[in-house]
Structures are given as C-alpha cells and as structure tokens.
Design a protein around this ligand. Structure first.
Ligand code: ATP
Ligand code: MG
Length: 500
C-alpha cells in the first residue's frame, strides 16, 4: 500500500476523455514525476486530488483510506497543496498579501496586522532561502519568475503534507529552477509527498526518484529514475521513438539584411543595442534571465517605447505599435501567454485569426474558407489537441494554449518572427516539431529572433547567437564559435573575444 493512491480515475469533459482509469501511487520521502504529452491528462489527474474538479469514477486513498474530495477545501483538510500551471497572482496586491491571501493576520481591533504579516513573510522567506523578493512590493510588475515564486511560497506557507508542482519550473529562471529542485528534495526528506510535473527531462533526471507516465489519459508505465534511460521514458510517453531531436542546421542566411538595429535604448534597461538580422537567419539571443532580452523584444515589437535607429530591408523604419508591426511583417510570441497572448474565454479559431484579420480579409468580407483553412492548417501542424476549433482556449491543456499563441502569430505571415521561450510548457515531441518549423521558416527566407533561456536549444536551433548582459549585447557567436561553453561564459560577463 502506497501513502497516496489514485485508483482507476476517469474523467471526461463533454466529448473528451481526459482520464481513462488512470493510476498513480506515491510515497512519502520521494519526489514523484508525472510525465506525459501536452493534453495527456496530468493536470486533470492532479486537479482531482486538489479538489478543483471531480472525477467521474475512481478512488483516491491517503494512507490506505479512501478520501472524498469534493472541493479545494476538502483537499486542504487532507493536507494537499497545489502550485498550478497557470499563475493566480493578484497584480495590485503586495507580495506578502498575495502569499497570505485569505489568511492575513488581524490585530485585536480586527484590522489587518501589517507588522505580523511582515514577520510571517520574513519567517517564510528565511525558511526557504528567498532573498531577492521584497515582501512589500506590488506583485503585478514583478518578473514572471518572481510571480511564480510567490505562487510557490503561498502553497508552502500552508505547510502541505502532499505538494503538487504542476510545471512550476517552466516560468522560473535557471537558478530558481535549482532552488525549486532542492526545495522539492527537502520537502520529500521532511516526509512529505511531492509530485512534480515538467517537460524538461533534465529536471526529472536530476530532481525526481520515480516516474509515472500518462498517455492519452491512461497510465502506461512506472519506473525508477536511476534505473531507466530517459529515451525509453520518452518513447513510452509518446508511443513512438523520437529520432533526430534537433534538426540539422543548414544555413539559409542571405546577404540581405532583414533588420539593422542601432543605438537602441530603453530607459535604464537597454542601452546602445546594435545588431544585424539577415534574411533566412535564425538569430539566437541568450544570456542570464533579466539582462534586457524580454525588453528588447517588446521594444522591437512596439509594446515598449525605445530610442532607436532601425532599417528594415535596407529602408529606414520607425517602430509604432504592435498592430503596425504585424502589418509590417514583424511578429512576437510573448513570454506570458495569459496576459499578452491569448483571450482565454474565446475559441481557438478566434484566437488564431485575431491578429491576422486584415490579412485574411477583415470585417463582413472575412473569407470564411480562408479562415477555416488557416486554422486547420496550424492546428494540424502544431498538433493542437482539441475537440474542435470552436473549443474555448481556457479548456485546453497548458501546452496546447502555448501552441495557440504560436499559431496566432504564424497566421499573421511574419517575415520577421521574434520568439520568447517558445518551447516553454511544450512536450518533447512538439518541441521537436517547433525546432523543425523554425528552421523551415528560415529556409523560406524569413528571419527569426529566437530568445531562449535554454543554452542547448540556442546552440542546436540557431545560426548565430548574441549574448546580452546588463542591458546590452556583449557577444556574438557565429557558426564555428556557437557552443555552450562560449555562450555560458559570455552570459556571466566573462569577456571572450567579442565578434560582430
Ligand atoms: N474544462 C475542460 N473542458 C474541456 N476539456 C478539458 C477541460 N480541462 C481539460 N480538458 C482537456 O483534457 C485533456 C487533458 O488536459 P490536461 O490539462 O490534464 O493535460 P496536461 O497533461 O496537463 O497537458 P500539458 O502538458 O499541456 O499541461 C486535454 O485534452 C484538455 O483539452
Ligand atoms: Mg497541464
């Protein structure tokens, strides 16, 4: 008997069987990974435990006893704490108010006890080694990584006996990923049950003990991390072997410059940025998180105002607004799909065509056939898993939502496509498809600015890699120098022959 058991859990939503008699057993003291493609049912299974949804059939047992979890309140009473895939930070509250929301201490007069709240936060931060977040800051403007940490700390503050991390690392910067992996280990060592979902195999290999694999809502395997080759786990998860994960890089870089950027600066965040982007080139942007990469993309797209001197295909160009950028063939796949990318309550079709209405023929003359074709084309190419194109995006799995953001921008037919961590939350099979797609776009004469926090991806997908440090471009590595060692040392500010 395991400490926590999911037995034959089934759940369907309308016509979709998200879970078909799925099983999962977890024990105290272990970090348990749940692996599966986008839409395999991972979040759904754990939502049954956290009381966010109710299963159609099946049973959950904690310490051998069947439990009846009807809502999040019941789950909390059984000591279940969940860090959900989608953030739920309230932007205008402070960090500590977000962490202790609903549990803010009151003084004897019944009003909020700010001093006690600060003490509680300080204690929590000390316990979990958090030093770089100010508890009194307003949460909304903080980086995605910090907002994700707030979410994690909120759950930890409730001292759960069972803790679920549903892709909690996908929005974290690299050193925070290490922080979370260590934390998961510490929680397990304290005798708690830890369940961990991630699409990054390295995290599973380094941070977990046992893997359970879900495919199409069914449990297809359970294995010990130290006894199995990751490739085997991946084949089991996809139901097929995956070969040639990274595409062969064949350069299609033309002599023509698609974009020439000079003297770009934004407040005190970006200064004197200059680089050329060629037609047919995949230009990687690397560096530690928070060195201005996100702001650079937002500036080039027209979301942030910047001073700059830019040419587009040899002609002087002024950045106006995102709408104008799209009209000029420049698109951005943003970091935060919830805030900047998608209208969640609306359909897949609506979201995909939203930014390309003018291209498809706007207004009442919108060509229905063209629209249908475009939507179907992208849903197939990116394997967006949904019942139909009319399904609301909010009901898609996290990774499939990410694919809709990608489809939406591809549908605008960009000549220059900027991508911010486009493979975040996407399963290995689809990651491979995205890499292939990026290379195919370049082969077709388009140019791509590919920002990734994953150095391995930069090396294996891009023609050339720029590294940013402290708000400016500090290094550029062409084909022969584009390796992990060079990129990493440039990222931490070690000067290694700057080549343009
Ligand atoms: N409320 C809902 N209404 C309709 N379908 C839903 C709903 N919630 C989930 N689904 C469907 O259930 C299936 C499983 O989704 P789930 O979110 O569990 O996948 P996942 O394994 O967590 O994927 P990801 O890796 O992308 O997060 C998907 O096909 C999804 O579209
Ligand atoms: Mg999920």
């Amino acid at each position: 008997m395991a400490d926590l058991e999911f037995i034959n859990i089934s759940k369907s939503f309308g016509g979709i069987s998200a879970l078909r008699q799925a099983n999962l057993s977890c024990n105290k003291g272990q970090v348990h990974a749940l692996l599966g493609e986008n839409g395999a049912g991972k979040s759904t299974l754990l939502k049954v435990l956290s009381g966010a949804i109710q299963a159609n059939s099946g049973e959950i047992r904690i310490a051998g006893k069947t439990v009846n979890i009807r809502n999040p309140h019941d789950a909390a009473a059984h000591g279940v704490g969940t860090v959900y895939q989608e953030l739920s930070i309230i932007p205008n509250l402070t960090v500590s108010e977000n962490i202790f929301i609903g549990r803010i201490p009151r003084n004897k007069f019944g009003s909020f006890d700010k001093k006690k709240l600060r003490e509680n936060t300080k204690e929590l931060f000390e316990e979990y080694g958090v030093t770089d977040i100010n508890p009194d800051d307003i949460a909304g403007p903080l980086s995605l990584s910090k907002r994700q940490m707030i979410e994690i700390l909120r759950v930890l503050s409730k001292k759960p006996a069972i803790i679920i991390f549903d892709e909690a690392t996908s929005a974290l910067t690299e050193n925070k990923v290490n922080w979370l992996l260590k934390l998961a280990r510490k929680l397990a060592d304290q005798g708690r049950i830890v369940i961990f979902i991630s699409h990054r195999m390295s995290e599973i290999k380094d941070g977990c003990d046992i893997i359970t694999i879900l495919r199409n809502g069914q449990t297809v395997g359970e294995m010990k991390v130290n006894e199995v080759e990751m490739d085997k786990a991946i084949s089991l998860m996809l139901g097929r072997k995956i070969e040639g994960y990274y595409p062969e890089i064949v350069s299609h870089r033309a002599a023509e410059k698609a974009m020439e950027v000079k003297n770009l600066s934004h407040r005190h965040i970006l200064y004197d940025i200059r680089f050329d982007l060629y037609r047919g080139e995949v230009l990687g942007i690397g560096g530690l998180a928070g060195q201005g990469q996100a702001e650079l993309l937002l500036s080039l797209f027209g979301i942030l105002k910047s001073r700059n001197d830019i040419s587009l295909y040899g002609k002087p160009y002024r950045i106006h607004s995102p709408k104008k950028s799209i009209e000029n063939g420049i698109a951005l796949i943003p970091e935060d799909r919830g805030f900047q990318g998608l209208l969640l309550p609306f359909s897949i079709k609506f979201n995909i065509t939203l930014s390309s209405l003018s291209r498809l023929g706007a207004g009442p003359l919108l060509s229905g056939i063209k629209e249908q074709t475009v939507v179907t084309e992208y849903m197939n190419a990116l394997q967006i898993k949904a019942l139909s194109k009319d399904m609301a995006v909010v009901n898609l799995s996290g990774g499939n939502q990410q694919k809709v953001v990608l489809a939406k921008m591809l549908a605008t037919g960009p000549k220059i496509l900027m991508m911010h961590d486009v493979t975040r939350g996407v399963d290995v099979g689809t990651k491979k498809d995205i890499f292939t797609l990026v290379r195919a776009l370049a082969a077709g004469g388009n140019s791509i600015i590919y920002f990734s926090t994953d150095v391995e991806e930069l090396v294996n997908v891009c023609d050339r890699v720029l590294v940013m440090f402290d708000g400016t471009v500090t290094a550029s590595f062409s084909e022969s120098e584009r390796n992990e060692a060079n990129i990493v040392s440039a990222s931490i500010g070690v000067k290694s022959g700057i080549h343009k």
